[in-house]
Design a protein around this ligand. Structure first.
Ligand SMILES: Nc1ncnc2c1ncn2[C@@H]1O[C@H](COP(=O)(O)OP(=O)(O)OP(=O)(O)O)[C@@H](O)[C@H]1O
Length: 249
């Protein structure tokens, strides 16, 4: 049974979450009785072989998809009880997303992209706060540029700023450095780590890369839709060693 205390300690909790796609003989149990809490202010990496359920986990935790059974709580709010319109509103105001492909709008400037979630939520923005977010992600380009003119690393910094600007309960990152070269990826991950610490931001990052996962406070391993282990801050080598015990990647 969850308590109010759990809601204070954890930004997101999954309680006995299962997700089954399809039915009958072709049914796939993508998540199988997953229970986990993401502590407020923590940065968690989620790893697992292809098909282990990482995307399904992220989609259920972020209210983009509904579990077949179990509960997902954002603070004290049970996402599985919300109607579609309420979920959309909640995602807009309380969850941030960062994707591998940046997903910036090229019709807008860098600044307009960053403040878009605030505009969509009809929330005012404080230019000083915006400047602080821009500084915290070490974005050094003019804010009136179009994103397509920027390097991949700078584009991802814009996307991270956009995810942080609403001060969401949690930011979900799906392979955020998957499209970047190794050096740029490390720079972006270092920045992300600093921003998470500075804002006390809860974050969950799906990644295949042990180097990326080594920037997190803990690494959760999924295998066949179940949690197959969790380690605290670890070196890329130690994370890679764990991965080898989980099966085909
Ligand atoms: N919409 C869907 N319909 C049917 N099966 C699905 C659907 N989405 C995912 N699956 C199945 O659920 C299982 C978990 O998939 P999921 O995409 O969550 O894994 P993943 O760990 O993110 O994989 P990858 O690393 O390859 O992206 C897989 O067997 C997949 O084929």
């Amino acid at each position: 049974m969850s308590t109010v205390q759990d809601g204070l300690v954890c930004a997101v909790r999954m309680e006995s979450v299962s997700k089954v796609y399809g039915s009958g003989e072709t049914a796939v149990r993508a998540l199988d009785d997953v229970s986990i809490g993401l502590r407020r202010g923590s940065f968690t990496a989620l790893m697992g072989p292809s098909g282990s359920g990482k995307s399904t986990f992220l989609h259920c935790a972020a209210g983009l998809d509904r579990p077949t059974s179990g509960r997902v709580l954002l603070g004290e709010d049970d996402l599985t009880k919300l109607r579609e319109a309420q979920l959309t509103e909640l995602r807009r105001s309380r969850i941030g997303f960062v994707f591998q492909a940046y997903n910036l709008l090229d019709a807008l400037t860098v600044e307009q992209n960053i403040v878009l979630p605030l505009r969509l939520a009809n929330r005012p923005f404080d230019p000083e706060f915006l400047a602080e977010v821009v500084r915290s992600v070490e974005l050094t380009v003019p804010l009136d540029r179009r994103p397509a003119k920027l390097s991949g690393g700078q584009q991802q910094r814009v996307a991270i700023a956009r995810a942080l600007v609403t001060r969401p309960d949690v930011v979900f990152l799906d392979e955020p450095t998957g499209a970047l070269d190794t050096r740029t990826a490390k720079q972006v991950l270092g920045t992300l780590r600093q921003a998470v610490d500075r804002w006390g931001q809860t974050a969950l990052m799906v990644t295949h890369d042990p180097v990326a996962a080594s920037y997190a406070d803990s690494v959760v391993f999924l295998a066949d839709g179940r949690i197959a282990g969790e380690v605290g801050p670890s070196s890329p080598e130690a994370i890679a060693e764990h991965m080898t015990h989980l099966g085909e990647w």
